[in-house]
Design a binder for this molecule. Structure first.
Ligand SMILES: Nc1nc2c(ncn2[C@@H]2O[C@H](COP(=O)(O)OP(=O)(O)OP(=O)(O)O)[C@@H](O)[C@H]2O)c(=O)[nH]1
Ligand SMILES: [Mg+2]
Length: 342
């Protein structure tokens, strides 16, 4: 009998995937096809100490089923990738999506306006996570202006896959669907850009709630409030829908390493007079600055590099207890700057 109960317990443990998680509870799609609400056994998963949220959408876990649709999470499997950002409120790294193969940055031509600097920040997170990036420009039914077209060309030139979509008339949805086949994607972007609207076309069964864009502030109303994994009925595509970011602080990169996160800079670094130690800010014989001058690197990307570098340096100085962080705050170059609030 004893043996029977042990093997029963073994059988009853099963694998699952976290669909979404909040307050240490997670909805888990289990291998028997059932979705269970699971608490974490012992309240804490040791490997996650120091992270802002304990479990993320897409996490692979082992669970012990309990009565009804309940269960206990006993183990978190190692993440193949984690896509996250620094949460300023929680002052810790926040994993938004786990085990994703590709990131999709959804932007819009209007309402909210296209913000290349936001895309640049997301592109750094994608490089940090080691996953490719698709840049989606949505709401093309509202018309695309020349400046936006030019920037899209720049992103294609850098090597990102650029897709123009309209959730209103269906433009580009097939192209996006083709790029996401057999993959798990995380959709990120400003509130109101149309992430959930596009997901509803890609995965009609997802039936995501879609919100309005406030006329007064020309930005979304944070309709999606929780990152959630949505899986196509036939299992051919999985997407993690996320709430719109208001701020995107970059952390965890040493200022001198930042150039490695701009693919179009990387090839030039060895041509800089000071090589890998070049800051690309003031040095004579800097190949990156020359490329900006000649137009081979877009000045906007360079501007993003400078701002983020200053931000990272501000943090580094601040950590060393100097006044620079306060100066950076006053000059508006650091992360608390409202310009980063969208
Ligand atoms: N004209 C136009 N409107 C769109 C398009 N896509 C979405 N919208 C509208 O934009 C608004 C915001 O769409 P959502 O899909 O909720 O945006 P979201 O990115 O998911 O926003 P959050 O969940 O708040 O982060 C809604 O009113 C949509 O109807 C589009 O292609 N064209
Ligand atoms: Mg949404």
């Amino acid at each position: 009998m004893m043996h029977g109960s042990i093997s029963e317990r073994k059988i009853s443990c099963m694998n699952g995937t976290v669909l979404f998680s909040s307050n240490n509870l997670a909805r888990v799609l289990c291998e028997d096809g059932m979705v269970r609400t699971c608490a974490i056994k012992g309240k804490r998963i040791r490997t996650l100490t120091g992270l802002y949220n304990s479990l993320a959408a897409g996490d692979k876990v082992a669970i012990q089923p309990a009565e009804g649709d309940r269960g206990l999470i006993t183990e978190l499997m190692p993440r193949s990738t984690s896509f996250g950002r620094f949460n300023e409120k929680g002052k810790a790294e926040q994993v938004i999506a786990a085990n994703v193969d590709i990131a999709v940055c959804v932007t819009s031509v209007q309402a909210p306006p296209f913000r290349p600097r936001f895309v640049d920040r997301v592109s750094i997170l994608a490089v940090q996570s080691g996953i490719p990036l698709i840049v989606v420009l949505n709401k093309t039914d509202l018309g695309i202006d020349d400046a936006t077209e030019q920037r899209l060309g720049m992103y294609a030139h850098v090597g990102f896959h650029v897709v123009r979509t309209s959730a209103a008339n269906g433009e580009g949805i097939e192209e996006l669907a083709a790029a996401l086949q057999h993959r798990t994607a995380v959709f990120v972007g400003q509130s109101g850009a149309g992430k959930s609207s596009i997901i509803n076309l890609l995965l009609p069964e997802a039936n995501r709630r879609v919100g309005e864009v406030s006329e007064k502030f020309n930005r979304g109303r944070h309709t999606t409030t929780l990152a959630e994994l949505l899986i196509a009925n036939q299992g051919t595509m999985a997407i993690i829908d996320t709430p719109g970011f208001r701020r995107l602080a970059i952390r965890g990169i040493e200022p001198q390493d930042l150039h490695g996160y701009f693919p179009e800079f990387e090839a030039l670094i060895s041509h800089c007079a000071f090589g890998a130690s070049c800051t690309h800010t003031i040095e004579e014989g800097c190949a990156v600055r020359d490329a900006v001058e000649s137009g081979a690197i877009h000045h906007d990307r360079y501007e993003s590099y400078l701002r983020i570098r200053e931000e990272l340096e501000g943090i580094a100085h601040w950590m060393r207890g100097t006044q620079s962080y306060q100066r950076a705050r006053r000059s508006g170059s650091c992360i608390e700057d409202d310009a980063w609030e969208w």
